[in-house]
Ligand binder design. Structure first.
Ligand code: NAD
Length: 485
């Protein structure tokens, strides 16, 4: 890799790296070995101030450009990101521990898709003309202003790009705070945007824990907050943003259902369940962690699944043959181990996995529980690790009711060879991002986001534009004003 893992500064503000060692230390730990690979510092109030001031200045200039010019910067950034995919993927692997086999195809690639998509869309973002007889109204799509993005640790490049691309396309500036667990990748996004021609200050990165996020969210200069994180954090951030009447997008957690009917193609359903539970070691918000399997095929499904899990290549994430890596941190591994213990204690049947691997780093085996019931902790709470719960059901009606019996509503999937059933069932599942005979695809062209406690707003697609811009309407009277007195 040509990148140094230790960045030239902890923060990226006004087009350059900045350091302030007065901020609390943020150690960057490589999940595959447990070794410290870099040390960054949390933003002090002075750093937060610098970032917001830079964003405010840059936004005023950026909004004056034609949308096509703005789009060109994003498209150029997309191309640079794609050219550097290999190095960016290696850095993503160091930041998160995810296998290179995944990061090469899912991170900088997905980030550049977003930059390219919103870069292309920028020039077509317009208002409308509304005729009212002689008078008329026209609308102007305006930016919101200075926006704050706050990221989770599972997809640091993708999250930064999914927020920055539509925000910048709409004429906003951004201050982005990555998760303190994975602070490296967003800095590269900032560097690339500068290189592509973004004005200094347009996209700034500041590091820190929750307090830094909270300082950004409550600043009166900030017009919008987009958070990717857990539901409890979402509650706090949404409430803080509401106090300042700010716009929000909340991309939060889930406990999503995957329904496998007895007419499903078992290999496809097994593949979907593997992707939806073990990709990124299960650290994906939209995962289908409650796999409802119709009773008649339950044992065949489990047997096929156990067989396929033997094919997982667990090991060094930098080896491209590795298909399953460590958990992001020791803390996350310990949390997940706690859930596995609860699953066993509450009577679920451990079909496979369940143990920590005897090697350095934070490795857990891919774990499958069967005979899980709706009241068990592992069926109710988001685990965010490689733990699949298999539940069984008799009828379609029952499966839908049980699938919906959760406070979350991020994703849902159905596997069946009966197309009408596929659409009928998805129509009744209360979730934002759904799949028929597939799982966890997230193309930038499709809206992504949850219902219920999984969040508000949508990322990606044309739908995101409404969450990063606002309409001004202008009434134009062609005749005289008639006043009563
Ligand atoms: P987290 O909620 O602990 O932290 C998310 C971010 O919020 C971090 O950057 C953190 O520093 C910041 N934060 C914490 N307290 C804050 C506060 N009071 N004010 C402002 N910012 C604050 O989440 P995590 O552990 O980093 O990530 C895992 C969670 O993220 C899971 O629940 C997962 O489902 C969710 N997630 C959701 C999506 C999605 O798009 N829906 C994607 C990835 C992850």
């Amino acid at each position: 890799m040509t990148y140094d893992i230790q960045p030239a500064g902890s923060h990226y503000i006004d087009g350059a790296y900045v350091e302030d060692t007065a901020g609390a230390e943020i150690p960057v730990i490589y999940a595959a070995t447990g070794a410290r690979i870099a040390t960054l510092h949390a933003a002090t109030p002075a750093i937060v101030e610098q970032a917001l001031a830079a964003a405010e200045r840059a936004q005023a200039e950026w909004a004056k450009l034609s949308p096509r010019e703005r789009g060109r910067v994003l498209t150029r950034a997309a191309a640079i990101m794609r050219e550097r995919n290999h190095d960016l993927s290696v850095l993503e692997t160091y930041d998160t521990g995810k296998p290179l086999q995944e990061t090469l195809v899912a991170d900088a690639t997905s980030g550049s898709d977003a930059l390219e998509y919103f870069g292309g869309l920028a020039a077509s973002l317009t208002g409308e003309h509304i005729p009212l007889g002689e008078d008329w109204v026209y609308t102007i799509r305006e930016p919101l202003g200075v926006c704050v993005g706050i990221g989770a640790w599972n997809y640091p490049t993708q999250i930064a790009c999914w927020k920055a691309a539509p925000a910048l396309a709409c004429g906003n500036a951004m201050v982005f705070k990555p998760s303190e667990t994975t602070p490296l990748c967003a800095l590269k996004v900032a560097e690339i945007l500068t290189e592509a021609g973004a004005p200094a200050g347009l996209f700034n990165v500041v590091q820190g824990m929750g307090e830094v996020g909270a300082a950004l969210v409550t600043d009166p200069r900030v017009a919008k907050v987009s958070l990717t994180g857990s539901m409890p954090t979402g509650r706090k951030v949404y409430a803080a943003a509401a106090d300042g009447m700010k716009h929000v997008t909340m991309e939060l957690g889930g406990k999503s259902p995957m329904l496998v009917f007895d007419d499903a193609d078992l290999d496809n359903a097994g593949g979907g369940a593997i992707l939806g539970n073990f990709y990124s070691s299960g650290q994906i918000c939209s995962n289908g962690t409650r796999v409802f399997v119709q009773k008649g095929i339950k044992e065949a499904f489990l047997a096929r699944l156990s067989e396929r899990l033997k094919g997982a290549v667990i090991g060094d994430p930098l080896d491209e043959a590795t298909s399953f890596g460590p958990m992001v941190s020791e803390r996350q591994m310990t949390l997940v181990q706690g859930f596995i213990e609860k699953g066993i204690a509450e009577g679920a049947r451990l079909v496979t996995g369940g143990k920590r691997l005897d090697r350095d780093g934070w490795y857990l085996e891919p774990t499958v529980f069967a005979d899980v019931t709706d009241d068990m902790t592992i069926a109710r709470e988001e685990i965010f690790g490689p733990v699949m719960s298999v539940l069984d059901f008799d009828t379609e009606e029952e499966a839908i009711a049980r699938a919906n019996a959760t406070e979350y509503g991020l994703s849902a999937g159905v596997f069946t060879s009966d197309l009408s059933r596929g659409h009928r069932v998805i129509g009744q599942l209360r979730a934002g991002s759904c799949f028929i005979n597939s799982y966890n695809d997230a193309p930038v062209e499709a809206p992504f986001g949850g219902v219920k406690m999984s969040g508000v707003g949508r990322e990606n697609s044309k739908a995101a534009i409404d969450h990063w811009s606002q309409m001004k309407s202008v009434y134009v009277r062609m005749g005289d004003v008639e006043a009563p007195f």
